[in-house]
Design a protein around this ligand. Sequence first.
Ligand code: PRX
Length: 687
Amino acid sequence: MRELQKIDFLLRCGRSRGNAVHLIRLKKLQLNMPTLESLLREERVFYPSEELIEKSNIKEFMEKRSIKDEDELRKKALEDVEWFWSEMAKEVGIEWFEEAEKVLEWNPPYVKWFIGAKYNIVHDALDKQMKLRKNKVAYIWEGEDGEVKKITYGELYREVNRLANALIELGIKKGDRVAIYLPMIPELPISMLACAKIGAVHIDVFSGFSPIALRERINDAGAKVLITADGFYRRGSVVRLKEDADRALEGAPSVEKVIVAKRVEFDVLMQEERDYWWDEATKDQPKECDTKIMDANDMLFILYTSGTTGKPKGVMHAHGGYAVGTAATLKYVMDLKEDDIYWCTADIGWITGHSYLVYAPLILGATSVIYCGAPDYPKPDRWWEIIEKYGVTLFYTAPTAIRMFMRFGEEWVEKHDLSSLRLLGSVGEPINPKAWYWYYKYVGKERCPIMDTWWQTETGHFLITPLPTTPLKPSSATKPFPGIEADVFDDNGNSLYGKNEGGYLVIKKPWPGMLIGVWRDPERYFKTYWEKFRNVYLSGDAARVDADGYFWIQGRLDDVLSVAGHRLGNSEIESALVSHPAVSEAAVVGKPHEVKGEAVIAFVILRKGYYPSEKLKEELREHVSKEIGKIARPDEVYFVSDLPKTRSGKIMRRLIRAKLIREKIGDISTLMNPEALILVEQAIEGK
Ligand code: PRX
């Protein structure tokens, strides 16, 4: 109530409308929670088993240093982050070519970790493993068609070296960008490692993205080489990826050479002197290749992610800190040990796959599963079958997948023996209690704790997450990882810690995997993350912290949708829509969706001479799919003749969304054309 009065006061003052609108939004997020069937309030606390605690890596770490519990560890780590992260680097076995002179240099908004250290992440992920685990399986790969490959560290090393030599022959040098547009085949991690090995920067583009999205990223990054594949299987049919790559390259002049991996073996057009088959390019290459000695702060990769503008931003990560942060969190959160069989289901084209399917597990010498195919193909038990078949012990997936499997029913899970599992993970969006219980009960058999890991493309690794020793509250990502100082701020930068009030989720101290900038856009880097609260990282998420210090993530505060755990900018989809000749203006908003978390809903004003029809709706959906990728395809399209706007002409998505989900619309004092809201409502009601 006090909060509502505060909002009212701010509005009446007319002083800080922006503040008031934000507070309303934050408040709504919080107030909405219990009203949604899928977000039931949950008070129960789940304790990890004694056995798990006793054998956990984190317990061992604490015992060695006479730290009595995780709260003391968090305290100690925050008192001396340099000590903590140096210890982590040792514990995950990082081998620097030359040791750092200094652990941390923080010149806001830029950070450097392990300053002066000479390093290459591929040394730890691969070269070192030749001594330690040459014959251990690094990847168990399974294709949708049932094909299986087991790739040892030794084999991976050879293949990476061969490709690295081929890239050198094609003229790739340190700092050059190489775009990777591959499905989940072994060539994908091999390509990333080969780039990193010679000091090149990889830019993965998710294979579900359209040619236009690929082209945009290639052009922004100025990639010289593209690595792709002929195609891949999805639900039994063939996706002709090379054709999409060719379309992208029609407008991407920086790409000089293309390497094409064979997965499906059908006729593809190869452009002479530009395109090379993977096998031909690599077969005569030496099995050894020197690993480029880099500075620990040299760039490792760029990964594009959606932001508030139509243009995706190129998030940059460096070798050293990223290696330490990803490996440490995998070891101490997912509790990875030498004989685990670990499966992270994320596509490598996204950050989760980069960090937790490529770099961290390889640094730790793990055996990981990679599955290339639809999760429910040919039947809804494909994933459970894989867990049983390979004896997966650690399983890391997304709430959207869990909700999909819930819909198929637990009978599909119960057909399989999942007793090998000992720990589960979740990422990408808040896991609603209903999905949490289902995952806990049917997959984990009430034995396996769920690590609900909060992080982002920008953070590189988990920041807020349980440890295996943490009591769990379903739907809470619990507490910051040691060394991470997270908080929730009100609009004026006052801490709301422990007050259980919604606010801006911020990180107050730099962390090792922190992005090193936005590619060729330092201003955007500063404005997006550092401008609002000086020297404090603004995550873009809303959250609250309860009296026990547990963080409850409430979703994005900026204009970013979370569809099936993936970030999509509202304006990115709007730009795609207005690029269609029939569309003059568009507004895109999210609507709660039982499986995907959010559905994409588009409101469209047509140009003169175009008329609403079901056919045009379908055409627009298809158009977005072509422009961005299937993931962005609107679930619904409404035709309207006007959209609610502010006096400065900005479309008020907030009001459209409120109408769509039948919420109170709140403050409309900045609305220029109230009649447009009625039109939106009529369109929704089908009038
Ligand atoms: O809104 C948060 C949500 O996903 C966003 C980051 O998206 P992306 O950079 O694509 O990375 C996804 C994988 C790390 C965050 O701003 N998010 C991620 N994990 C969680 C989450 N929301 C709630 N709980 C989580 N565990």
